[in-house]
Design a protein around this ligand. Structure first.
Ligand SMILES: [Mn+2]
Length: 397
């Protein structure tokens, strides 16, 4: 076993201590890579591994201007991702070693006009506040929005996890050798395992390909810390941590896996939709986190704080009766009930929504709170959001 492995932690420390001081306050470009705003395991892994692989590929000894991986949530929210914390801990990386939105906010002032981004796990136009001037690379597994057609690489195709695509791309670039990159195996492995439920769902060829190399790495380097990793128990450990929200506040739960979108109606009125993916059912939340009336009230507060037209909750439940999803819709009173009904009508077929319970908050009578069973259990946020977008674009409000 070679002893001169350049670890992910060493890479991050080098960025912080050696490279960033040279970049900040200079005329150099700020090169960043970031995942989608849910900042889930896959997004975080894709960003860190892209930057790490690129650094190794370009030869860090030659004083290159490296790519900085940005986790696009506030630093304080990382702890809500317990699955990520476990994998980082295996690599002796703590939150102080990483870079977040808060950091980008500080540097961006200095770097106006010089921020060059690679996008992983999404291919959207960068939000204005990120200060990105150009996008020079994309690796993603969401619907191709045909942005940045001259980006290199530009790899967009369906897979279980985006991590697989990032890994495969760089594995080839690095001459199909694991030797220099074995330290990042726990992170890449975790990304693929979580997004494919331990290779049981949504598995595509690139996932299998990446997995085969990662497994090879586990066997080949079994004298390192990797020897402790048993794939099945690692998956169970991560999956359990991901779903462990017992000590969270309502706001934590809404923030943990959240995305926000703005769509325009047919008559060009902007509609802001926030979609919170939640790993438990509403009944579980009412019982374990907050009784329903206060849960609902806090959802309304969240909707108001973020100035949303509609807050959407997507919940999950798995028991002896199988797997279930619920869809909660909490519109702002400014979004009239007849428009809410039209919106719901338009997505009901695609999502097979049934059993709606329309309840109204006790002391904020104007805030309706609609809950449906979503019988199309295959539809995750990746499918639900395009349906909602399509419906909104047909509305005249
Ligand atoms: Mn992803």
């Amino acid at each position: 076993m070679s002893t001169n492995i350049f670890t992910v932690r060493q890479f991050l420390e080098q960025l912080k201590n050696v490279h960033l001081p040279k970049i900040i306050g200079s005329t150099m470009n700020l090169n960043i890579v970031y995942g989608n705003e849910s900042a889930d395991f896959d997004s975080i892994t894709s960003a860190i591994s892209y930057a790490y692989f690129s650094y190794i590929h370009h030869g860090y000894q030659k004083g290159i201007n490296p790519i900085i991986p940005i986790i696009n949530i506030p630093r304080l929210e990382l702890k809500l991702r317990k699955d990520v914390m476990i994998a980082l801990d295996k690599m002796s990386i703590n939150e102080d070693t990483l870079f977040f939105m808060d950091d980008l906010d500080k540097w961006e002032d200095i770097h106006k006009g010089k921020v060059s981004a690679r996008l992983v796990d999404h291919n959207d136009q960068p939000k204005q506040q990120y200060g990105v001037d150009k996008v020079t690379g994309i690796i993603d597994h969401h619907f191709d929005q045909k942005n940045f057609l001259d980006a290199k690489p530009r790899i967009i195709r369906p897979t279980g996890s985006c991590t697989s695509l990032v890994f495969n791309y760089w594995y080839d670039m690095l001459g199909k050798s694991l030797e220099k990159i074995i330290d990042i195996i726990p992170l890449c492995l975790g990304g693929i395992l979580l997004d494919t439920s331990n290779l049981k769902h949504k598995v595509e060829d690139p996932d299998l390909e990446a997995m085969a190399h990662l497994k090879e790495g586990l066997i080949q380097y079994n004298e390192t810390s990797l020897s402790n990793i048993d794939i099945d128990s690692y998956y169970k450990e991560l999956n359990h941590a991901k779903k462990d929200i017992r000590d969270f506040s309502v706001k934590d739960i809404l923030c943990k896996d959240y995305k926000q979108f703005e769509f325009k109606t047919k008559n060009n009125v902007p509609i802001v939709i926030g979609v919170a993916s939640i790993v438990k059912s509403l009944d579980w939340l009412y019982k374990n986190i907050s009784p329903d009336s206060s849960f609902k009230k806090q959802c309304v507060e969240f909707r108001n704080e973020r100035k949303l037209t509609v807050l959407v909750l997507m919940t999950k439940k798995s028991d002896e009766n199988g797997f279930k999803r619920e869809l909660g819709i909490i519109p702002d009173p400014s979004f009239k009930p007849e428009n809410v009904n039209k919106l719901v009508d338009m997505i009901t077929g695609q999502l097979a929504l049934v059993n709606d319970t329309i309840s109204t908050m006790t002391d904020t009578e104007e805030d309706p709170y609609l809950v449906f069973d979503q019988q199309n259990v295959q539809a995750t946020r990746k499918q639900v959001v395009p349906f909602v977008k399509e419906a909104i674009e047909q509305l005249t409000v």
